[in-house]
Write a protein of this length. Sequence first.
Length: 386
Amino acid sequence: MINKRLSKRVADTSIPTDKDYFVWDSELKGFALRVWPTGRKVYLIQYRDTGGRTRRKGLGRHGVVTAEEARAEARSHLAAVARGANPSEETKRKRVAPTVEQLCERFLKEYVPAHCRASTEKEYRRNVELFIIPRMGKMKAADVERSDIADLHHAHRDIPYQANRTLGVLSVMFNQAEIWGYRPEGSNPCRHVKKFEEKKRQRFLSPEELGRLGQTLNALEASGTESQPAINAIRLLILTGCRLGEIQTLKWEYVQGNRLRLPDSKTGAKDVYLGPAALEVLAGIERFSDNPYVCTGKLKGAHLTDMQRPWRRIRKAAALEDVRIHDLRHSFASSAVSMGESLPMIGKLLGHTQVQTTARYAHLADDPVQGAADRVSSELARLIHG
């Protein structure tokens, strides 16, 4: 056993032999230089873990780190050992720790299918593949810090809605990483990363615009230039206030009398009440024995999937190019308000579970109220003025 105060001169003059050997530091117990027959010289520490097992941890190769740099690191690690730490095991754990990409793979394979609806799973997968993995996939999941999350979020500030959705996915995923033991409890790096303000876009079709859309659907149907299932879907969206996914996946077995009994929706199972016009549309849709869906897709037994391309064609023909499909649901609600329906009733029609969700339409009630005020005021003025 060789004992010397390790220094550059001692390391430089330690000659390789046919077997590896250790030069132990005479001042810092557990600090050593290992000399290999190949001439490779590595600084390390040796200690016993809490179970009494001898452990070693490399500190760097001589020439890459200096003897004094290695000594300082050795002193720090050995002090941690005295407090019960195990730096060798920690290094090993970090080496085999999963990357963010591996965390994403497990998240999508195990967590998402068991806890999310198909539409949510699709959105989570999209966020992971387009925004998360390209940015931080190679990082160790345990090494991700709040600044990394903030940088990713800020990088998409020009699309705030998407940036906030990605932040939401990351938050759920890193919560799960704690459960799986990939990160310490309470270490979610998404905490305190503030979401961007989102300006809710509310576009409602006027009576004239709804009439124009209806005429366009009739003309496209008569000419056969647009998909009939797409036309059926748009009509049902207008007349029911349903979400697109609810109409796309609507099965004939859900149509029961004057209502749709949807076993699953964004807010869970719900009933959608049908007026005469909606029932008339359903009555005019052809049924197929080999397809259970109301709005059939191109593949056998499948439902209508792509509505964006036909909708772009339909809205262009109707000169409504700024209207999204979801705006048809908003228009259903705005029409109900203008007819004097109460907000609680509108919430029931739309299947809202939160009063706040329906409250976004409260300002629309001003129009019919103002109209009533005008009529009453005019009549009273007529009476008092003779």
